[in-house]
Design a protein around this ligand. Structure first.
Ligand code: PMP
Length: 407
């Protein structure tokens, strides 16, 4: 930068320095291996407890084969957005199979779970509607709401009574304060909350919504492939099929590849094709992605032992962490937060774990509240007993060393 000309972006350096000072700055670790239960990170072989690859499908031989065959037949890229020249038979087939899997009329895929949320919410809500959202909903739901003209009300996390009260008031005051009914009241919740691993109280949420004529949208990113029959998600888990108008899912976690989708009615799919901006203005999945996602759905149905293994590992890992004396919060899923409090301890803990051969990512403010910093762990179906034992020994050693657990 020319010394005589001031740098207009100098504030960035100041912001970075402030983050470092508050122990909130995290450099990226670089992975030189495939994703999996053991990875090469920053030139070290470590047990990873940090991916969302719940079923180990990211590196499953059938997935790789499906991707390679799609490249051979259809090439590397799709060439355009879907509405121009980028809808391939593979995209249509994936959507039909996902709809069948989710027991919904139709599905539309997006480039990611994030764009599915930012795509669908502004299309179906506007000035005469109301969005009612759990306070811990994912960032992509929040951004989707920001892109909508609809007013919104946030309800206390997973609190069905609080939700009922919001809905009651909304019905009473109406969209104009005089009782004029909203066109749509949309209740939005994560199915599984990604930082704490707790499951939304969906039966209560759906009952409340139905009582007040509202529709429900569930973002099942962390429930797809994890909960419900063959990994169909939280709606299947709770037997609520047919009562949730909109399901959002991701193809980037248990499905092991990349992408998101909206599952619901045929009309919902049709309007999204006309209006959803990420769909209209961003290129569609490459053939390999669509083909591997299709294979993942087949694997989930044909290899139920993967989900069984995921849950066996989850139960064992949680029980052992609790026995060692760690605070593992309220998780009911393979996401297990190890709550450590302040960000400085948490980052030190994560760094020490890494030296001990275990990769457990620290999650600090602003992703979670300042005093709720944690190591967020996810065990997968691909972890062996030996790997989990080794990881637990590392947690025990570092926990004692840093005074987090008694010892
Ligand atoms: N919703 C939730 C609840 C998530 O946890 C995530 C991923 N962190 C997403 C949406 C975004 O999914 P994707 O990674 O496919 O964009």
């Amino acid at each position: 930068m020319n010394a005589s000309r001031p740098n207009p972006l100098a504030f960035i350096d100041e912001e970075l320095a402030a983050l470092r000072e508050r122990h909130l700055y995290r450099p990226l670790r670089v992975m030189s291996s495939a994703q999996g239960p053991i990875v090469s990170l920053d030139d070290r072989r470590v047990i990873s407890l940090s991916s969302n690859d719940y079923l180990g499908l990211s590196h499953h031989p059938r997935m790789k084969r499906a991707a390679i065959e799609a490249v051979e037949q259809f090439g590397a890229g799709s060439g355009a957005v879907r509405t121009i020249a980028g809808t391939m038979t593979l995209h249509q087939a994936l959507e039909a199979e996902l709809a069948e899997f989710k027991h919904t009329e139709a599905v539309l895929t997006f480039q990611s779970g994030f764009t599915a949320n930012t795509g669908v919410i502004p299309v179906i809500t506007g000035e005469t509607d109301l969005i009612v959202s759990d306070e811990l909903n994912h960032a992509s739901i929040i951004d989707g709401m920001r892109l909508s003209k609809a007013p919104r009300v946030v309800f206390a996390h997973a609190d069905v009574d609080a939700l009922r009260e919001v809905l009651r008031q909304a019905r009473e005051t109406g969209r104009d304060g005089q009782g004029a009914p909203h066109r749509l009241i949309l209740v939005v919740t994560d199915g599984v909350f990604s930082m704490d691993g707790d499951i939304a109280p969906l039966p209560g949420i759906v009952d409340a919504a139905e009582a007040f004529g509202a529709a429900v949208m569930v973002d099942d990113a962390h429930a797809s492939g994890v909960l419900g029959k063959d990994g169909r998600g939280s709606i299947s888990q709770f037997g609520l099929e047919g009562r949730v108008a909109i399901q959002v899912g991701t193809l980037s976690k248990a499905v092991g590849v990349l992408g998101g989708y909206v599952a619901g009615s045929r009309a919902l799919r049709d309007i999204l094709i006309q209006r959803a901006r990420p769909f209209l203005f961003s290129t569609s999945h490459p053939p390999a992605v669509a083909a591997a996602c299709r294979e993942a759905i087949r694997i989930m149905v044909e290899e139920p032992e993967l989900i069984e293994r995921l849950w066996a590992n989850t139960r064992r890992f949680k029980a052992e962490l609790a026995r060692l004396g760690f605070d593992i919060g309220r998780s009911e899923t393979p996401i297990t937060p190890v709550l450590l409090g302040d960000s400085e301890t948490t980052i030190r803990f994560s760094d020490r774990l890494f030296e001990e051969g275990v990769f457990g990512t620290s999650v600090v403010f602003p992703t979670v509240a300042l005093d709720r910093a944690r190591i967020r762990t996810i065990v997968t179906a691909a972890h062996t007993d030996e790997m989990l034992d080794q990881a637990l020994r590392a947690f025990d050693r570092v926990g004692r060393e840093l005074g987090v657990i008694a010892g």
